[in-house]
Write a new protein. Structure first.
Length: 232
């Protein structure tokens, strides 16, 4: 029995070196990897989320995250690593079943000379677009979350054109910041302030988004936004 179990385990092993060779010989492949380690890094980066990332984007405590695991909403792959698809499906279900008591709008707001983005709503809108775009009833011309993302991208471009700031806030902070005084206070106190994105940082975020397929790349002006920011 022991031998049989070990043999079964061996048969399930994935040979990354052979997989790299297969990819390199595929003329239609859009993946360019040099070795097994690089392929593994891409898989982990594009298809998993860490404990810290789940806590950061959803603004949940470690205790709440443990509760989601115990309730079987989240499946931990190994040592604080989760399937991105599993996390997104869980979040989509929470929103659709109205288990989250907050609205997904607005994603952004312009205050004086600054664009503030609610990072949690930003992530959730991407998740909703990615998940629902795979359903038969999806209408890209009239999808509210896709429209919200498109409006946010347009606002970001206009903000950078004016050499103004783009800032991420945690959801509670976003709801309480309505002018620059509020923003400066939040930033100084170090609460609800998730960080500022320069034009180059925002552009890098868009490029990473295209690689990981978050839903943002389905915005009608996604590539146009990349083009405009690249040309500034």
């Amino acid at each position: 029995m022991k031998y049989s179990s070990e043999q079964h385990s061996v048969n399930k092993r994935i040979d990354l070196v052979k997989l790299v060779e297969y990819i390199s010989k595929d003329p239609d492949s859009e993946i360019d990897v040099q070795d097994a380690e690089e392929l593994l890094r891409l898989i982990v980066e594009q298809h998993t989320m860490t404990t810290g990332e789940v806590m950061y984007w959803f603004e949940v405590s470690r205790q709440r995250l443990l509760g989601l695991k115990n309730q079987k909403y989240l499946n931990e792959l190994k040592g604080g690593l989760y399937s991105r698809a599993n996390v997104e499906t869980m979040r989509w279900q929470q929103i659709k079943e109205e288990r989250l008591r907050y609205e997904l709008y607005p994603v952004f707001r312009i205050i004086d000379s600054c664009l503030i983005i609610d990072k949690r709503r930003f992530f959730d809108c991407q998740t909703m677009v990615k998940t629902e775009s795979k359903e038969t009833h999806y209408n890209p011309a009239n999808h509210p979350y896709k429209k919200a993302l498109e409006e946010m991208l347009s606002a970001a471009v206009e903000t950078y054109k004016k050499n103004q700031k783009v800032v991420y806030l945690m959801q509670k902070g976003f709801d309480e910041v309505h002018d620059l005084d509020d923003l400066q206070r939040v930033e100084k106190e170090g609460v609800w302030f998730a960080g500022e994105h320069t034009r180059d940082e925002f552009l890098k975020m868009l490029m990473r988004t295209r690689e990981t397929e978050t839903g943002l790349e389905k915005a009608g002006n996604f590539q146009a936004t990349i083009n405009e920011l690249s040309s500034m």
